[in-house]
Design a protein around this ligand. Structure first.
Ligand code: HEC
Length: 160
């Protein structure tokens, strides 16, 4: 009897798993294209800063996303796609100018805050992307860069 019930439950779960594969399939957009709106065209981004952003942030905050294999399998695919959509909406390095000037400055400030408090990259992302973990040296490089860029923007802004 127990065996029969278990078998029944297993079959139901299996059918459920197959069915959800057809629901809400994320469109896995990605591109290598760097347009004029890209942060590297808008700000002065030294190569050591860019390589940290690339390694630790681009998956969710740019259009250069490397979609992992499990992003093809529901329900993991929904979670991955949700983080990427939300992350890009909040701040997309491929489309830096989609944010107002005030927001861009706010985001730059937040970059340093988020990494210092280990809120970014998202801790759950680091479980599967050990290479994206920031060392203290990486954090220092990013925070110094943010500070320098904010200063430069302020000095060159004709409105100020
Ligand atoms: C796994 C995806 C992912 C990665 C990787 C990631 N982020 Fe995020 N990030 C998000 C999401 C999702 C949000 C929106 C969170 C929210 O609003 O609660 C966000 C929000 C932010 C924000 C805005 C903070 C705010 O006030 O809401 C900043 C700044 C940020 N991320 C910086 C970074 C930096 C810098 C890196 C790399 C060192 C990084 N993120 C890596 C997904 C990611």
């Amino acid at each position: 009897m127990i065996k029969k019930i278990l078998k029944f439950v297993f079959v139901i779960l299996l059918i459920g798993f197959v069915v959800i594969q057809f629901i809400g399939r994320p469109e896995k957009t990605t591109t290598a294209e760097v347009t004029a709106a890209h942060i590297t065209k808008q700000l002065q981004v030294p190569s050591n800063v860019e390589s940290i952003l690339k390694r630790s942030c681009y998956d969710c905050h740019s259009n250069h996303t490397k979609w992992p294999w499990y992003s093809s399998i529901a329900p993991a695919s929904w979670l991955v796609a949700d983080d990427i959509t939300t992350g890009r909406k909040k701040m997309n390095f491929s489309d830096w100018t989609s944010l107002s000037e005030a927001k861009r400055e706010a985001r730059l400030n937040e970059i340093c805050e988020e990494i210092k408090s280990d809120e970014m990259p998202m801790p759950k992302y680091l479980l599967l992307h050990g290479e994206a973990k920031l060392s203290q040296a990486d954090k220092d490089i990013l925070c110094k860069w943010v500070e320098a860029e904010l200063k430069r923007i302020e000095e060159t802004d004709p409105g100020k």
